[in-house]
Design a protein around this ligand. Structure first.
Ligand code: PEP
Ligand code: MN
Length: 263
């Protein structure tokens, strides 16, 4: 059902006035994790000032180590929702288990399914039964075919509001946190009718590569870009090395706007 052969027209996902998959690329910016109301409201205000429609922030954090910050859970979603509402933004946040889906629906506008859960088939099926858009991220070592099949799990349950997100895959290369598979973007656009995002933060893990990879994403036809922004990345409880502070975000956003005007 996600195949371009089944449906030729692009799927457009509407969230808070943003028509994702149509017109200009859509951005999903915000901190890696929700840490406090002050933290997210600072970012939310900066995003609203730039006319952004969405904010991201993790409340359930799938961390490699069980001893790392695990997120604020439902309390985090409430904090994010409050900051988003105050700034006219819609909330994008990761859900890690079907058991959390229902309680999260009051606070989340876009359900993110993270790389580690791309083949959590029960979660995919549960998200397929919900009337909210889903942002599905590519698995850490998933082929494009496996990625498309994961989206098929969602759509086969009735939910066709799906966005795909390339976020880098594991290779032998150590210069970046993951290897951004930029060719996945045009392949996914050819093979499916769904909007495609590129997450430049988790694919590169490097602040200095956020702008060039975001430009590359737009140049190859991505419908949107995700990147992490934190008021003070040095003290961030997760992904401290690659989040942009507000000044860096300003520069990144300005350069990207210039690039989009000339391409
Ligand atoms: C995230 O976007 O917060 C995240 C954990 O990314 P990924 O699932 O792509 O690793
Ligand atoms: Mn992160």
């Amino acid at each position: 059902l996600v195949s371009r052969k089944k449906k030729q027209e692009d799927t457009i996902v509407e969230v808070n006035g943003a028509r994702i998959g149509k017109d200009v690329p859509t951005f999903i910016f915000g901190p890696c994790a929700v840490e406090s109301y002050e933290q997210v409201s600072t970012v939310a205000a900066a995003l609203a000032a730039k006319g952004q429609k969405l904010i991201r922030g993790g409340a359930y954090k799938p961390r490699t180590s069980p001893y790392d910050f695990q997120g604020l859970g439902l309390e985090g979603l409430k904090i994010l929702k409050r900051a988003a509402d105050e700034n006219g933004l819609a909330v994008v946040s990761e859900i890690v288990t079907p058991g959390h889906l229902e309680e999260a629906l009051d606070y989340v506008d876009v359900i993110q399914i993270g790389a580690r859960n791309m083949q959590n088939f029960e979660l995919l099926k549960a998200a397929g039964q919900v009337n909210k858009p889903v942002l599905l991220k590519r698995g850490l070592a998933a082929t494009i075919d496996e990625f498309i099949n994961a989206a098929e799990y969602i759509i086969s349950q009735g939910n066709d509001q799906i966005m795909l997100c390339e976020r880098g895959i594991r290779t032998y290369e150590k210069a970046t946190r993951n290897t951004l598979d930029i060719s996945a973007v045009p392949i996914l656009k050819q093979e499916t009718h769904l909007p495609v995002f590129v997450d430049v933060t988790h694919s590169t893990g490097r602040r200095d590569l956020l702008l060039p990879t975001a430009k590359a994403a737009i140049a190859v036809g991505a419908d949107g870009v995700m990147a992490e922004v934190h008021p003070d990345p040095a003290v961030a409880l997760s992904d401290s090395a690659q989040q942009m502070n507000l000044e860096q975000f300003d520069e990144f956003y300005g350069e990207l706007q210039k690039f989009m005007k000339t391409h």
